[in-house]
Design a protein around this ligand. Structure first.
Ligand code: FMN
Length: 374
């Protein structure tokens, strides 16, 4: 029998009623860096997803890379997220928190006392950050030159992740997803063109480059248990001025081999080939890697995001390529995406002009097609 998006899925004990995942999306509306009434409404409206992954939640002040992103490191933030998870749970939904450290994709105006952001390297990305401009107003500014973490500081960052995972648990999340995709701190260690360290977290060997990621994975597993931990990766991505890396295949195969022994809930692959105007090469390579990972990690679900459609996702699920499909932009403008897919109701096109900032507009004001009480 054909499998599709509407089949239930057992995510290491968490029963998902369907295979539609709401992809993590930063919405930059938390003016106090704490989830508020609007955040609660936004996620509650989307509770029919098989699984929601929250927007990236900074694990620390140091990990913050954008203005107005709700973190998971203060008492107030935990209480704010508790209201979100309560609202999602009361609508029979499930939600993981995405744990985020932006590394060098940050700006001194987001850091305590305007100190430099940290990274695997002291090289600047040359990319833009969303932070405070010299006149004090929010806007796009060049990301600041980072400071390379000293070897003996890495353990402190690992423990910040573990603490944020414990905070996510306290806030009522079903689990956590480590944001190891698209240019942020984990990728800054994984990418051999960026990671220029000579210690055990770089040093030219793949085992060294993946060490930081695995230390975080293990520390977070210790707090929550592997069935409640997922990880997001984006092999081959050049988003955020990340240089193409000839060692991608080697790095991610080694990572997959190590992750296989941890039996995480899922690996979430973000296919960014759409951004790169790819002629198909990147996507083919990524799919090859995906097949390899799936074969290596039979106990771990595979989630794919990036340009998913109803038909495309059904084909990949039925073909055994993926277990779950994640939708980003369609979820901004279709809070009831699952119902629309199920009934064939037309999708409301997303509006990129309202992705970030903007309060209510383009955030919680998209009506459901069927249930107008949402
Ligand atoms: C407004 C917006 C914010 C995003 N924020 C995040 C984020 O915080 N963390 C993350 O891993 N990906 C983020 N993404 C990427 C999405 O999760 C998703 O992978 C991407 O949009 C591709 O899926 P789509 O083609 O269905 O939109 C963001 C995307 C958008 C459009």
């Amino acid at each position: 029998m054909k499998q599709n998006l509407f089949d239930p899925f057992d995510l290491r004990g968490l029963k998902l009623p369907n295979r539609v995942v709401m992809a993590p999306m930063t919405r930059a509306r938390a003016l106090e860096e704490t989830p508020d009434d609007l955040t609660v409404r936004y996620y509650a409206q989307r509770a029919s997803a098989g699984l929601i992954v929250s927007e990236g939640a900074p694990i620390s002040r140091e990990g913050t890379g954008y203005l107005f992103t709700p973190g998971l490191y203060t008492r107030e933030q935990i209480a704010g997220w508790r209201r979100v998870t309560d609202a999602v749970r009361s609508r029979d939904g499930r939600i993981f928190a995405q744990l985020w450290h932006a590394g060098r994709a940050s700006h001194v105006s987001l850091q305590a006392d305007r100190i430099a952001p940290v990274s695997s390297t002291a090289k600047a990305s040359g990319d833009m950050a969303f932070a405070y401009q010299p006149d004090g107003t929010p806007g796009r500014v060049l990301a600041s030159t980072p400071r390379a973490l000293r070897t003996n500081e890495v353990a402190r960052v690992v423990s910040d992740f573990a603490a944020a995972a414990a905070n996510a648990d306290q806030a009522g999340f079903h689990g956590v997803e480590l944001h190891a995709a698209t240019q942020y701190l984990f990728e800054q260690f994984l990418n051999s063109e960026v990671n220029d360290r000579s210690d055990q977290y770089g040093g030219g060997s793949v085992a060294d480059r993946i060490r930081f990621t695995l230390e975080v994975v293990d520390a977070v597993i210790e707090r929550l248990g592997a069935p409640r931990v997922g990880i997001r990766i984006s092999p081959y991505s050049t988003v955020g001025s990340m240089p193409a890396d000839a060692k991608t295949e080697e790095t991610y195969r080694a990572l997959a081999g190590e992750l296989a022994t941890r039996e995480l809930a899922y690996v979430h692959v973000h296919d960014t080939s759409g951004f790169a105007d790819d002629d198909g090469t990147l996507q083919r390579r990524l799919r090859g890697l995906l097949r390899h990972m799936r074969a290596q990690m039979p106990g771990t679900a595979v989630v794919l995001a990036g340009g998913m459609t109803l038909d495309g996702a059904n084909e990949l699920i039925d073909g055994g390529v993926i277990d779950l499909a994640a939708f980003g932009q369609p979820y901004t403008s279709n809070p009831d995406l699952v119902e629309r897919f199920r009934t064939g109701a037309p999708l409301t096109p997303p509006n990129p002009a309202t992705y970030f900032e903007g309060g209510v507009t383009g955030y919680v004001d998209y009506p459901a097609a069927i249930d107008s009480t949402a």
